[in-house]
Design a protein around this ligand. Structure first.
Ligand SMILES: NC(=O)C1=CN([C@@H]2O[C@H](COP(=O)(O)OP(=O)(O)OC[C@H]3O[C@@H](n4cnc5c(N)ncnc54)[C@H](OP(=O)(O)O)[C@@H]3O)[C@@H](O)[C@H]2O)C=CC1
Ligand SMILES: O=C(CO)COP(=O)(O)O
Length: 335
């Protein structure tokens, strides 16, 4: 029998490693690419990711590479899991290397920095309709996925058959992969929850209480729905795993780096110190600005996201942010 063509996972941080481990455990031939030669050699030798998930064993069948061309050469699917700021550059590099029939999936959450373009818009420009495209998103902390704890995600593609085929590779007894066709809503939900998690983290860090947390999550959800409506996404997507599901996880789970940034700011830790302490990608640092760029372009009011953007720029303190939010005028809940 011919050997199964592999899935190439690009990006050996916590999420790329976790998804590669999941695929390998599912019996899918999987190759994990990272840009750091020493790190990839150490992972191959130890079967662990010492920097991002140091205490967790990875499946023995997982293979490792620091050679991008070799990693994607015979792949049937390429899964991109870099931070969103590196997405466009990496896609441009691999576009000429891809096998003609390879599909491209990404699990990064955010926008193209400086333009506010969605990752599916960047992919469409770089890949055209030459390769099927999908996004994997939803409430999923890398550590819990490697630990085999139950997780549900959603995979969206304009090509429903491709989304279903991709979901088959990921689906397992502890990892439910749902499917959909709304790239815009899926991308927006995954990006905005990171910004809103900072607000909830600040509130929790300042000891504002559980009522405030629930209020912020709910009014945050209203912001995602409002921008989604203006952009033409489907409301169901925002009420599902890609929106509400990930918003609740990221706003309440202490494994979230974006929530932890907010907690630190709420405790009075300076921004640069908090970012250094977290030591991993904190997508809200760029996403807050890009969300507000989109909101201004479409004339949509996002009070919580706007204050997070200001706080991350150092223009207001967390205390001023809370005062500004609480001093807003009375209004109907739904518009
Ligand atoms: N962690 C999680 O639980 C989840 C993360 N995500 C999303 O996945 C994406 C990746 O996050 P995550 O893995 O957690 O981040 P980490 O901070 O854990 O790791 C980032 C990884 O990206 C690599 N990287 C950074 N810049 C580049 C580049 N220019 N080219 C190639 N590789 C690069 C880093 O390499 P190096 O070590 O050499 O710097 C590192 O391996 C983010 O968009 C995040 O929002 C989504 C769901 C869950
Ligand atoms: O996207 C995530 C969970 O779904 C991870 O969140 P953080 O990037 O805030 O850690």
């Amino acid at each position: 029998m011919a050997a199964q063509r592999p899935i190439a996972v690009l990006g050996a941080g916590s999420w790329g490693t976790a998804l590669a481990a999941l695929l390998a455990r599912n019996g899918v031939a999987t190759r994990l690419w990272g840009r750091d030669t020493a790190q990839m050699a150490a992972m191959a030798a130890s079967g662990r990711n010492a920097r991002y998930l140091p205490d967790l064993d990875l499946p023995a069948s997982l293979t490792y590479s620091d050679d991008l061309a070799a990693a994607v050469a015979d792949a049937r699917i390429v899964l991109v899991v870099t931070p969103s700021h590196a997405f466009g550059d990496l896609l441009a590099r691999i576009a000429p290397m891809l096998p003609a029939d390879a599909g491209v999936v990404w699990a990064s959450k955010g926008f193209e920095p400086g333009t506010g373009r969605f990752l599916h818009e960047v992919a469409a420009e770089l890949l055209g309709d030459r390769h099927a495209q999908a996004v994997l998103t939803g409430p999923s902390f890398a550590r819990e996925v490697v630990q085999g704890l139950p997780t549900a995600v959603t995979i969206h593609s304009p090509d429903a058959a491709f989304a279903t085929a991709v979901a088959r590779d990921f689906h397992s007894p502890t990892f439910r992969a749902y499917t959909g066709t709304d790239m815009l809503g899926a991308g927006l939900g995954g990006a905005m929850k990171n910004v809103l998690a900072v607000a909830v983290g600040v509130s929790d860090g300042m000891g504002m209480g559980l009522n405030a947390r629930a209020g912020l999550i709910t009014r945050g959800l209203a912001e995602v729905l409002r921008l989604n409506r203006a952009l033409g996404g489907q409301p169901e997507t925002i009420m599902g795993l890609a929106g509400l599901g990930d918003l609740v996880l990221t706003c309440t789970g202490d494994l979230s780096r974006n929530r932890r940034l907010g907690l630190a700011l709420g405790h009075g830790v300076p921004l640069d110190e908090a970012v250094r302490e977290i030591g991993q990608v904190v997508e809200s640092l760029q996403t807050a600005e890009e969300v507000m760029r989109l909101a201004r372009r479409h004339d949509v009011e996002l009070p919580i996201s706007a204050l997070v953007e200001k706080a991350l720029r150092g223009e207001i303190t967390p205390t001023e942010g809370v005062r500004l939010l609480l001093s807003r005028e009375q209004k109907p809940e739904f518009r």
